[in-house]
Design a binder for this molecule. Structure first.
Ligand SMILES: [Fe+2]
Ligand SMILES: [Fe+2]
Length: 330
């Protein structure tokens, strides 16, 4: 197969931008969770999640000429109507919906929203394209959705966000979404596609403490280990993490990423970063190769530089990959 028929593709991944909420409360939307969330923002988060840093990363990303941008949730903080509008404007700065895919985080589906459409404002970024609609039909927001990137990569977007009580940041995918995810991943495997799965919460059991975890991680993990996937990406932990899992179709890397807006160190959360995946198609002697390039800031007010470069090779037998199970802390 020639390079033109099956080219190398690049996908950028950023997460947990937590764009600042406005200091205006609409009485209709006032409740205990938003009050506590706002207090947390004022006392702590606003000092570390900086819009200037997000803009810096996005400007750097603009020069990387990627084929697609994947955003794994927590775009906002309190789930207020104006936050959805402002986040939509921000998404427009990233690119058109055809080139940008989004899944919601627990701060995007936060608590009661009355009649506001919420993440529905981002629907065009959360729906199947024409190709994927054969497997996951329907307008956005629709989960799972399926999008094709180039001739051989399929992105599957899952929603793990559900409204929760104050102090709870857990998520749930739900039985129906897991059932569809299983069918879709099998079908994409039969078509020989590289399967890139995106979800906000870490998708596997024991990846995060109770209260912030995925309630049905055991069910989702069972499906992912049965179907396999070439790469799973997530946010939520605000940490860089890589783990490998044996599936029926080979090794599956699961990669979590730091927040894209942390400009000041806070609670040991690393400084802002995004990842670029260069997906190298199979050649005769080996399967898919994933080149992971992390770009971010190394110090407050510092420039965006390359902070990580590593290879992930799902088709390769375990040892080389498993020997480096975690990203080096920065
Ligand atoms: Fe977050
Ligand atoms: Fe989150």
């Amino acid at each position: 197969m020639t390079a033109n028929m099956n080219p190398q593709l690049t996908v950028a991944h950023l997460s947990d931008v937590h764009l600042a909420p406005l200091a205006i409360f609409w009485p209709n939307y006032w409740n205990a969770k938003r009050f506590l969330g706002y207090a947390n923002w004022v006392v702590r988060r606003r000092r570390s999640h900086l819009r200037a840093v997000v803009d810096q990363l996005v400007e750097d990303l603009r020069h990387q000429h990627v084929d697609h941008i994947a955003v794994s949730g927590d775009l906002i903080n309190l789930g207020l109507p104006q936050e959805y509008e402002r986040a939509l404007l921000w998404l427009h700065t990233l690119g058109p919906p055809e080139r940008v895919s989004v899944v919601p985080g627990n701060h995007d589906i936060y608590t009661r929203l009355r009649r506001h459409t919420g993440v529905g404002r981002w629907a065009r970024y959360m729906e199947s394209d024409e190709w994927g609609a054969e497997l996951a039909p329907g307008p956005g927001p629709r989960f799972p959705y399926v999008r094709r990137i180039g001739p051989s990569v399929a992105l599957v977007g899952l929603n793990s966000a559900v409204p929760t009580p104050p102090g709870v940041a857990s998520g749930e995918v739900g039985a129906e979404q897991i059932r569809q995810c299983r069918e879709i991943l099998h079908a994409l495997r039969e078509r020989g596609m590289f399967r890139l799965v995106m979800i906000h919460h870490p998708p596997l059991v024991s990846q995060i403490k109770p209260g912030r975890d995925l309630k049905d991680a055991a069910e989702l993990e069972r499906v992912l280990l049965e179907t396999g996937a070439e790469l799973v990406i997530h946010g939520h932990n605000h940490r860089d993490m890589v783990s490998w899992h044996r599936t029926s179709t080979g090794l599956m890397p699961v990669v979590g990423i730091a927040s894209a807006s942390i400009g000041r160190l806070s609670r040991h959360e690393p400084l802002a970063r995004y990842n670029i995946y260069r997906l190298h198609p199979p050649k005769r002697e080996h399967g898919w190769q994933i080149e992971l390039i992390g770009r971010g800031i190394r110090e407050p007010d510092g420039p965006v530089v390359q902070v990580e470069h590593r290879w992930l090779e799902p088709g390769k037998s375990a040892e080389a990959n498993l020997s480096a199970a975690s990203l080096a802390p920065r």
